[in-house]
Write a protein that binds this ligand. Structure first.
Ligand code: AP5
Ligand code: MG
Length: 209
């Protein structure tokens, strides 16, 4: 199963990708996570992309597509994969066609008000990457991950100015992918406004069809 998770920032792509990965044993490739790891490790890539990501702008297409192509060529992706946050532009989707075939594109739908609520309260585990929310999905122990006891932190791009910019970048550059994949007959819409368990149950039903 080769899947793309599409949807605005904060729609719950990462949250659902973690559940899919556990249930279907598929590798999860999040371009955002790859860039944040590069920033944390202060690699050349990390230095190049830090200011772009903190502002909520997009990393250049060629650079991003090359990173994903390399990942998908790894052996662990040969039996399927979950792409989270890629492609994000039409040129990225065109590039992807040259190195992978896609079975389904899950388009998570959510209002902008809810996106702002979700991202303003998000906390992420520094060790395993699991997402929490101070109000909606609180960890059992404040500031610590339920799964690995790692420290929870707030992403630099979860500040209100960067959230608003990410939303406008999404509307201008990423939303056109819905029509792009509709034309290919691959889009499956999933309402991501209910609680995570309900969203995941709907997603599993859809994938079993
Ligand atoms: P990326 O990391 O992909 O960020 P994003 O698209 O802005 O998406 P988020 O990770 O913010 O949201 P999500 O949908 O994963 O939601 P989550 O599950 O965490 O990219 C970051 C940056 O990297 C980009 O801005 C760009 O600069 C760069 N980049 C990445 N890919 C790129 C590309 N292809 N091209 C160019 N540049 C690229 O959930 C959000 C919150 O809501 C959490 O707190 C969670 O606990 C909570 N939540 C989740 N589901 C529910 C629910 N059902 N009910 C209540 N709360 C929920
Ligand atoms: Mg994410």
């Amino acid at each position: 199963m080769n899947l793309i998770l599409l949807g605005p920032p904060g729609a719950g792509k990462g949250t659902m990708a973690f559940k899919l990965k556990e249930t279907y044993k598929l590798p999860h490739i999040s371009t955002g996570d790859l860039f944040r790891a590069a920033i944390k490790n202060q690699t050349e890539l990390g230095k190049k992309v830090k200011t772009i990501i903190d502002a909520g702008d997009l990393v250049p297409d060629e650079l991003t597509s090359a990173i994903v192509e390399e990942k998908l060529n790894e052996k662990e992706c040969s039996q399927g994969f979950i792409l989270d946050g890629f492609p994000r532009t039409i040129p990225q989707a065109e590039a992807l066609k040259n190195f992978a075939s896609i079975d389904k594109v899950i388009n998570f739908t959510i209002s902008e008000e809810e996106v702002i609520r979700r991202l303003s309260g998000r906390r992420v585990c520094r060790s395993c990457g699991e997402s929490y929310h101070t109000e909606f999905i609180p960890p059992a122990k404040e500031g610590r991950c339920d799964k690995c006891a790692g420290e929870l932190y707030t992403r630099d791009d979860d500040k209100i100015e960067a959230i608003k910019n990410r939303l406008s970048v999404y509307n201008a550059s990423t939303a056109p992918l819905i029509e792009f994949y509709e034309k290919e007959g691959l889009i499956e819409n999933v309402d991501s406004s209910p609680a995570p368990e309900e969203v995941f149950s709907n997603l599993k039903n859809l994938l079993s069809k």
